[in-house]
Write a protein that binds this ligand. Sequence first.
Ligand SMILES: C[S@@+](CC[C@H](N)C(=O)[O-])C[C@H]1O[C@@H](n2cnc3c(N)ncnc32)[C@H](O)[C@@H]1O
Length: 224
Amino acid sequence: MQILSAQVNETPFFRLSQSFKENLLFLFRFICDPLTMGSLFPSSKALATRMVVRMQPSIEPKRYLEVGPGTGAVTDSILQKMGPKDTLDIVELDPDLCRVLRKKYEACRNLKVYETSIENFESANYDGIVSSLPLNQFSVDFVETIFKKYLHMMKPNAFLSYYEYKYPKMVAALTERGKRLKKIQLLKSFYGEKHQEKIETVWKNFPPANVRFLQKNPVEIATA
Ligand SMILES: C[S@@+](CC[C@H](N)C(=O)[O-])C[C@H]1O[C@@H](n2cnc3c(N)ncnc32)[C@H](O)[C@@H]1O
């Protein structure tokens, strides 16, 4: 897609200073609210590229939703794969990040920023949802609410891609939080069994991450 505002000023120096500023802002937001941010740094290009691998070119206009865009690391990859008639809604909780996103993508006519928590966002009929929420930081009940909501918002056969960092599992057994992670893991596998699931590890990210893909099973629509 050609209307990425970041592309207007595409000198190498601009790109470098832009990504430095974004990393700094991300880190600052993490220090202010580590549980909501869930990570010290934005996703790497390698992780962002894997997250959008299910987006396919199509003649029909497609509707995409991104949840938890942060400073836009994955948004950039989504925009690169979108066709001219596709649209993207992005839902971000943090007002400072929303301000940055609105500025960064002000030239993108088919992108809308919604400043709210995903639990309060109402929309439907998405062809794909790309979620970067830090699920392992949330309670099991909240993860279940989010998954139900995602399935409700997806068209039959739509995809959901999301990631989780690999490191919490290594320390999981040692902590109370570990038990919660295990329960969340079980919950996610439950949805994975009902809807086709695939998992890929991306090592070129700090920390390395498992990217999970769900494809909504049309037969399960009534019970989702
Ligand atoms: C791990 S960061 C991911 C940022 C970015 N997508 C990336 O990969 O670099 C998680 C993002 O989710 C946002 N977030 C957390 N809880 C949220 C919620 N309930 N609704 C919407 N966004 C939320 C945070 O503000 C943060 O920007």
